[in-house]
Design a protein around this ligand. Sequence first.
Ligand code: ZN
Length: 167
Amino acid sequence: MEQALLLNASYEPLKVVDWQKAVTLWCQGKVEVISVSFKLPSVIRLLRFVKIKRRFDYVPFSRANIYARDNYTCQYCSESMPSGELTFDHVVPVAQGGRKDWENIVTCCISCNRKKGGRTPAEARMKLLRVPRRPDSAPAVRITIGLRNAPETWRDYLYWNLELDES
Ligand SMILES: [Zn+2]
């Protein structure tokens, strides 16, 4: 348990931070520690409310939402599969300046991901099923990512729409 769930002052989850960051925020007097595991902060809450910029149709950029946007379908071989067999692909590899955003990350099966390696689709001679875009509205799937694997101490707070950091 080396990560902590950061809550807004309203108890809405904002993101997951590593424990070093959690301790730093606490030392700076910015958060209170709500729960502790192995003597490390597990859930922390901002003391000052942070206003989240959220468009009406804002869709959090998260693993669950990328899979949902792509319908759990590999964007190269068109096979649909359970999330455990899927991964991300940076269409333009990060090493070549590819960004981590809706337009450059697609759902990809593990074997296509391996096949493509650190190349662009053109270099790898692989064709994208469709051009990735930011979704207009929230996918049908409500985000429950991490709920199953989340530590017990986080669960009370996870009913909010949780946006996960990609790490
Ligand atoms: Zn594939």
